[in-house]
Design a protein around this ligand. Structure first.
Ligand SMILES: [Ca+2]
Ligand SMILES: [Ca+2]
Length: 283
């Protein structure tokens, strides 16, 4: 079973409530990035009556008012998190511990702020911790084949369904239109690895934009051409339980081992020549 073979789109608004039901098979691309934001603290107009109204704290923190009636963010007590409604809400941390919900995870991480343990702790994947079989070299080389095909299908599906959703910009729509209308396009389905490899070779140009697009979707905090662990999480976390090579793939994608995946590294690990990817930034 390949988790990447059937893109099921969840067209949730990014602005919406941050609780997302991440079903297995849901499109990780559309899982709200906010769920994984560890680093963003947005402060909006402070309402006069309740200083904490409209005062946003990052995940794992809640707003409290200090002696001078100023709002401040403090670590949330994990026991104040709503209980999980099912196993699907559990998350597995990089400490290999299952947390009831992502709220429990981020609240716990907050209490470890400033410690080495806290620095190393990340949300690893969605769902309870489980045994993930080691990824063999041969399997690792299959991963980008399916991933590229899947990314292309996700984009085409977005294009087909995107009427008023504005999930794609006009410029992006034009690019996907070219792929969508290409008669040689491999239709979505379960394809053999041989066919995927052959198609990538033959229709290489169709795969460039989807790979670039996915990078841009993730590279948001900040937009700098590098993906942090947190930025990668919306793609990585739901994928790991379905694709056991995910962790190894993204680890090795960071070829200079600086903990960031640069656009050039991203291009290379998806088999795209980096000059083909970088040119999108200039157009
Ligand atoms: Ca970034
Ligand atoms: Ca790197």
């Amino acid at each position: 079973y390949y988790g990447l073979s059937a893109p099921t789109l969840c067209l949730a608004s990014r602005e919406g409530p941050s609780l997302v039901e991440t079903e297995v098979g849901a499109n990780p691309v559309q899982i709200e990035i906010g769920e994984f934001d560890e680093a963003i603290e947005v402060i909006e107009d402070v309402a006069a009556e309740n200083p904490c109204l409209n005062y946003h704290c990052k995940k794992g923190k809640v707003c409290e008012v200090d002696e001078s009636n100023s709002p401040m963010c403090v670590c949330q007590d994990p026991s104040s998190c709503p209980a999980a409604e099912g196993e699907f809400e559990h998350v597995c941390g990089t400490d290999n511990k299952t947390y009831d919900t992502s709220c429990h995870f981020f609240a716990t991480k907050c209490t470890l702020d400033g410690t080495k343990k806290g620095h190393k702790l990340h949300l690893d994947y969605i769902g309870p911790c489980k045994y993930i079989e080691p990824c063999m070299d041969s399997e690792l080389s299959e991963f980008p084949l399916r991933m590229r095909d899947w990314l292309k299908n996700v984009l085409v599906t977005l294009y087909e369904r995107d009427e008023d959703n504005n999930l794609l910009t006009e410029k992006q729509k034009l690019r996907v239109k070219k792929i969508y209308e290409n008669e040689k396009r491999l239709q979505a389905g379960d394809h053999s690895l041989d066919l995927l490899a052959h198609d990538f070779e033959k229709n290489y140009n169709m795969y460039i934009f989807p790979v670039h697009w996915q990078f841009g979707q993730l590279d948001q905090h900040p937009v700098d051409g590098y993906l942090t662990h947190t930025e990668l999480a919306p793609l990585r976390a739901p994928l790991i339980p379905m694709e056991h090579c995910t962790t190894r793939f993204f680890e090795e994608c960071d070829s200079d081992n600086d903990k960031y995946i640069a656009l050039e590294e991203w291009a290379t690990c998806f088999g795209i020549k980096d000059r083909d990817l970088v040119k999108f930034n200039k157009v």
